[in-house]
Every structure is written in C-alpha cells, then in structure tokens.
Design a binder for this molecule. Structure first.
Ligand SMILES: C=C(O[C@H]1C=CC=C(C(=O)O)[C@@H]1O)C(=O)O
Length: 409
C-alpha cells in the first residue's frame, strides 16, 4: 500500500486478538456506521484484500474519468455504464486505507486528518456483529423474462441485418432472494476463494448501494514498470470436463464477435496515432466456469511519446464493444431504446488508481456482478450479438454468466 503519503495509525493492544480480516471487517463497520463510502477489493493473483474508505459522499462525485498518471489523486473509481443523476460517476478518494497484508496499520490521508481522533477511538471499540450496508435509493430494475429477452435479441439481430449496428451487446437483470443471513463480506471472501484470477470487489456507497463482483476483464491497467495494458474479451462457452482452453473450438460467430472488440481497441490506438503496441492472441482463457476468447494489448510507455496514454485510452475505451457494441454511438442508442432497464453500474468500470503506489492503476469492466438490496439481489449479465445469434442460445448464455456471481447466494 502507498502508505508513505498517509499518516499511519497502529492498532491498539485491544485489537491483538483480531486477525487481518477481522480488522478489515471492523474498519468496514466503522465506515458503514458513519455513512462513508467504501471499497474492498482483491486483485487477480493477490492473496489479500485491500480496503479504502472515503471521508464523505460529497468527496466522491467526479465529472471526469480518472487520470492514470502518478501525479493524479489516489482513490477507487466506480463508474456506471452511462453517467446520469441516478448513477453518478464516483471516485472514492483514498482517505482511510487498509491492506490486509500489512494488518498492523491503518493509513489516513492528509485530507482526512480530522478523522484521526474518531478513527483511533474506533480501532479500540468493541466489534459490531451486524453491518448495515448502504442501500440504493433507485427502484429495483425490471428483470426480463425469457420471452422478453429472446425478443430483445431478435430485435438486436434485426438491427445488425439492417446495418443500424455492426455488433450490439444486450443484457438483462435477474432478481434472486437473498439468503436470510447473507453477509456481503462473507460473500466477498467466497468470491476471493472461488475465483483467484478475477478482480473481486465489494463497493458500498450511501444512496448508490452495495455491489459485489468477480470480473475477468481489464479495461485499462498501468503498472509500476510503465506498461499500459488492455484486453479484448468476448465469446463464451462453458468450461466442462471435455472442453478446456486447449481443446475449445470456437464458431465463426464467436470469432467474429471477439475480433470486433479487438478491432475496436486498435481503432482507439489509431485515434491517438499510436502504432507501437504488442498484440497477443486471441487465445482461450478461463473465467470461473466459462471460457472466453481474449486478445491482450500492451504498450511500453517508456518507448512512446504519449505520457497520458492511459488516461486517453480509458476515455476512448469505455464502454468497449464487449459491453456496448459497434459503432459505439449507434449501439448505445440501441441499448437505451430497447433494453428496457437501467444497467446502473453493471458494465461500468471500477478499480484502484495510485493506491498501491503512485503510477499503478487497475481498472476493470464491472461484469459478473450483483447489487445487494434490502431482501434481494439483482444480478446482471449480457451477451454480444452478431448477425448469427440465436435468441435461445443467448438466453442460455446469460444464465451461465449469472451463475458466476449467483454462486455466493
Ligand atoms: C457482457 C458480459 O460479458 C462480456 C465479456 C465476455 C464475453 C462476452 C460475450 O460472450 O458476449 C461479453 O462481451 C457479461 O458477462 O455480462
């Protein structure tokens, strides 16, 4: 954790019996009790989660997508599919930070210095059993029936046939009852265990709600050694005993669907006049119980004259054609007109910027996610359509995708 920029509070002797995750839970409880936004996440391949608490809701509103450079503020981005008053773009400033791999300290930013007395007292306070998670003030979205969804796919295929769009990604919400004793932090731990290669997240913001997810898709990453990465992830089939990444065979429809996403990324590089990028793939990758096709793109930022490449690419990429479609504006218009529900933060993006260290940012597409409501969960999934899409198969594909996150219910 980028603790250099933070005042470090040590846990008091009273907390000696609490393990790293117990401490994380206690800081989460304090944030929820005082109405503060928070994010807990575990990066792919990492063994421990991190937590960030913003000092206030007001401090999280942002107009622009985050800058991916070492001088930019540290925080956690939580962006909707489409920015609106109901689903504002948020950037939670890194005011209180906790890294479960360094469980002896809690960091507090200079901007949140006035929180230090209350936080110090809280670290010695008795544990709270029940956490009261932030709720959305928006109504639950409409959950499409099978016939509504297959009709939507049919309309999408017709829009491709009439050349209104080249590709569009349709999606739906599904409502599931919450188990009586559902605990988002326990569910987070289960996602962490089940999906070691996913970006696992739990974000809770007053009025916006509580979102849990385990996404396989990087939107934009900038690493300490000056590398920019993104990926074209699309096409889906179940991972079974007989079909593995080595033996998977893809139909023409799926190859085309993924190639369009890759082409879209290349078009973004072209808009920025960047030619020096490495492209690897497509290859078959595992995401939970599914297989996808993935092409990786990498740029060495030390070798190109584009200091703001990460920031510029992020602004061009979102929403990628893996969640919107192509051409972007026509696909967004189709979705707005026909999908019939509010995606909110599903297929938006999320992740830390300059939290681990200045210059390290990891933003992911918010897929395989759910929204926790008072007594139900809203799950989300979508499918990329091409002219050859079969409505019934696309419905089945959304069912499979919902399974990734439904596993914690
Ligand atoms: C839109 C989703 O997945 C995207 C990412 C991988 C494969 C996809 C597909 O096969 O359609 C989607 O483009 C989702 O999981 O809701």
């Amino acid at each position: 954790m980028n603790t250099g920029a933070f005042r470090q509070l040590r846990w008091p002797a009273a907390a000696a019996g609490l393990d790293a995750l117990g401490r994380l839970r206690h800081v989460v409880a304090g944030a929820l009790r005082t109405g503060r936004p928070l994010a807990v996440w575990r990066e792919p391949g990492a063994s421990t989660p991190r937590l960030l608490v913003a000092r206030s809701l007001e401090a999280t509103y942002t107009g622009l997508s985050p800058a991916l450079d070492a001088q930019a503020p540290a925080g956690f981005a939580f962006f909707p599919f489409r920015d609106s008053d109901q689903n504002p773009a948020l950037f939670l400033p890194a005011d209180v930070v906790y890294d479960a791999s360094q469980p002896e300290i809690v960091g507090v930013s200079a901007a949140a210095r006035d929180l230090v007395p209350a936080l110090t007292a809280w670290l010695s306070a008795a544990l709270v059993e029940e956490l009261s998670w932030h709720r959305s003030t928006q109504p639950a979205p409409h959950a499409a029936t099978e016939s509504e969804y297959t009709q939507l796919v049919q309309t999408g295929v017709e829009a491709i046939e009439t050349q209104e769009v080249v590709k569009v990604v349709t999606s739906r919400a599904a409502r599931r009852p919450l188990p009586a004793d559902f605990d988002p932090l326990v569910a987070f731990a289960e996602l962490d265990r089940k999906y070691p290669q996913a970006f696992v997240s739990l974000v809770s913001v007053p009025g916006v709600g509580t979102w849990l997810g385990a996404t396989p898709e990087i939107l934009a990453e900038v690493t300490a050694d000056g590398t920019f990465r993104t990926m074209a992830l699309a096409a889906t089939q179940p991972l079974t005993a007989n079909v593995t990444p080595r033996t998977a065979i893809w139909r023409q429809k799926e190859i085309e669907e993924q190639a369009l996403v890759a082409r879209y990324i290349v078009s973004c590089f072209k808009q920025l006049r960047l030619r020096e990028y490495h492209e690897t793939g497509p290859r078959t990758v595992i995401a939970g119980q599914l297989l996808h096709l993935r092409t990786d793109f990498e740029v060495n930022l030390q070798h190109v004259p584009f200091p703001s490449l990460g920031t510029d690419m992020l602004r061009l990429l979102h929403p990628t054609s893996a969640v919107g479609g192509m051409p972007k504006v026509a696909a967004m218009h189709f979705i707005q007109k026909h999908e019939g529900y509010d995606r909110a933060y599903y297929s938006g993006f999320l992740g830390p910027v300059n939290v681990a260290a200045p210059g390290i940012a990891r933003l992911y597409v918010n897929l395989r996610c759910l929204q926790v409501r008072a007594d139900e969960a809203i799950l989300y999934a979508g499918t990329g359509l091409t002219v050859d899409s079969d409505p019934e198969r696309e419905w089945q594909e959304t069912q499979m995708k919902l399974q990734t996150i439904a596993a914690v219910l």
